[in-house]
Write a protein that binds this ligand. Structure first.
Ligand code: FAD
Ligand code: UQ1
Length: 410
């Protein structure tokens, strides 16, 4: 039977990051990470892959190369978590016990909840930037666009990176303009939400952009079916239950419904919905004090992003170090999250905000404006910050720099 002082579930952004930090805190031999995938992906770049500005190959590296050296990689899937006995069971039947547990299992994609998916991805006009299997199909559909509707969806569930479903619309618009096909395109964003973006400051800028570029926004529209043989997407009107609208498409970008990881949902660690039930200030589990959580799998009331994982990793590191010394957690997570809203092939609105939806901007300039410098940060700088900073436990978000950059301002 295997035992570790610190067991990490999931080797995505949060899992690898905390694995690296825990190695530094207690030595590599005390830490194990359970992750079944051979490859680790930098998901934020998929927005640019779907628009043909980066290659899919550039988004992935073998998991073996991001595992902190000396840390045990348990290459299997967690099947069951038993916090009452401090054990987990993997799909090959192995039991692993732990003293402390960090849960970083991410959010689950549910393409299958839309009728006609995933089969519709076999047809050339349908793509989705949300998975490595479908992201290149977005780019194919965009290149093959001739004339008709380009439809972009946002589901009736929480999602990761809530800006991504519309970023690909702005990029598609720019591509069709560049290639002279824009006049033959009717571009629309059909979103389940009642707003274009959750933070008003950025939503105001985005409304200006959609008006300027003649992009149609249909609020409270939820994708429920794709009829690929007829190139039809069926949406339900969330304000008129039972009523549906059919849109013919020349290109369809799907953001799938998402939900809690089933392994957490089926365990005592879940809240009523199925998310990992953690304290929003210090990331400690609400009822099992030796269990912690980070990232998309938690019920932290903020937008799920890698930028949020960065800020959370610094807080969680502090929380665990205090608990190991029998001290109370002291540092508080403010809910920091960030979404670089790509609005063309050379501009970005850098949204950054906290639990209250208040802007929390790093740079002492108005980030609600489209800027070239922010595009370069997104496309060329952030990937390095991810692979060499975040995943090595060296990047805890821009908080300290924000304070420095704002010194003497205002
Ligand atoms: P993940 O990184 O998804 O990791 C979860 C891990 O758990 C995976 O490796 C998975 O294999 C593993 N796992 C699942 N089930 C099991 C199991 N049963 N047993 C063992 N392991 C399991 N963020 C930004 O900050 N900025 C952006 O611009 C941005 N853009 C995005 C664009 C797209 C298209 C997408 C898809 C995401 C984007 N994100 C962005 C979001 C960001 O990628 C995620 O929020 C981040 O990766 C969350 O980290 P995580 O560790 O919680 O989950
Ligand atoms: C960030 O830290 C991060 O994680 C590495 C992201 O994910 C790719 C981001 O998109 C952003 C915007 C940040 C925040 C970083 C800065 C420099 C503002």
């Amino acid at each position: 039977k295997q035992h570790y002082k610190m067991l990490v579930l999931g080797g995505g952004s949060g899992g690898i990051t905390m694995g690296a930090r825990m190695k530094r805190m207690m030595g590599a031999e005390n830490v194990a990470i359970v992750e079944p995938s051979e490859m680790h992906y930098y998901q934020p770049i998929w927005t640019l892959v779907g628009a043909g500005a980066k290659t899919a190959a550039s988004s992935g590296r073998p998991t073996a190369t991001v595992m902190p050296s000396g840390v045990k990689w348990v290459k299997s899937k967690v099947q069951e978590i038993n916090p009452d006995t401090n054990t987990v069971r993997t799909d090959d039947g192995t039991e692993i016990s732990y003293e402390y547990l960090i849960v970083a299992l991410g959010i689950q994609l549910h393409y299958e909840k839309i009728k006609g998916l995933p089969e519709a991805f076999e047809h050339p006009k349908v793509g989705s930037n949300y998975s490595i299997q479908t992201v290149e199909k977005t780019w194919k559909a965009l290149q093959n666009f001739k004339e008709g509707n380009a439809v972009f969806s946002f589901p009736n569930t929480p999602v990761k990176c809530a800006g991504a479903p519309q970023k690909i619309m702005y990029l598609s618009d720019a591509y069709l303009r560049k290639t002279g096909k824009r006049a033959k395109a009717n571009i629309m964003y059909n979103t389940s939400l009642p707003v274009l973006f959750v933070v008003k400051k950025y939503a105001d800028s985005l409304w200006d952009i959609v008006k300027h570029r003649d992009l149609k926004v249909n609020l409270r529209h939820n994708l429920i079916e794709v009829r690929a043989d007829k190139c039809e997407a069926v949406f339900e009107d969330l304000d008129k239950p039972g009523e549906t609208k059919v849109f013919e498409y020349e290109m369809l970008h799907v953001t799938p419904p998402m939900g809690p990881n089933p392994v957490i949902k089926g365990s005592p660690l879940a809240d009523e919905i199925g998310w990992l039930d953690v304290n929003k200030d210090n990331l400690q589990h609400k009822t099992y004090p030796n269990v912690f959580g980070i990232g998309d799998c938690t019920n932290l009331p903020t937008i799920r992003t890698a930028a949020a994982v960065a800020a959370q990793s610094a807080i969680l590191n502090r929380t665990i170090s205090r608990i190991l010394k029998n001290e109370k957690p002291d540092k508080k997570y403010d809910g920091y999250t960030s979404c670089p809203l790509v609005t063309s092939y050379n501009t970005v609105i850098l949204a950054e905000f906290d639990y209250n939806g208040q802007p929390l901007e790093t740079f002492p300039i108005n980030q609600a404006k489209e800027r070239r410098i922010m595009y370069h940060m997104k496309a060329d700088l952030l990937p390095h910050l991810y692979w060499h900073g975040l995943l090595r436990g060296l990047w805890g978000g821009p908080g300290p720099y924000r304070k420095l950059l704002h010194l003497g301002m205002k």
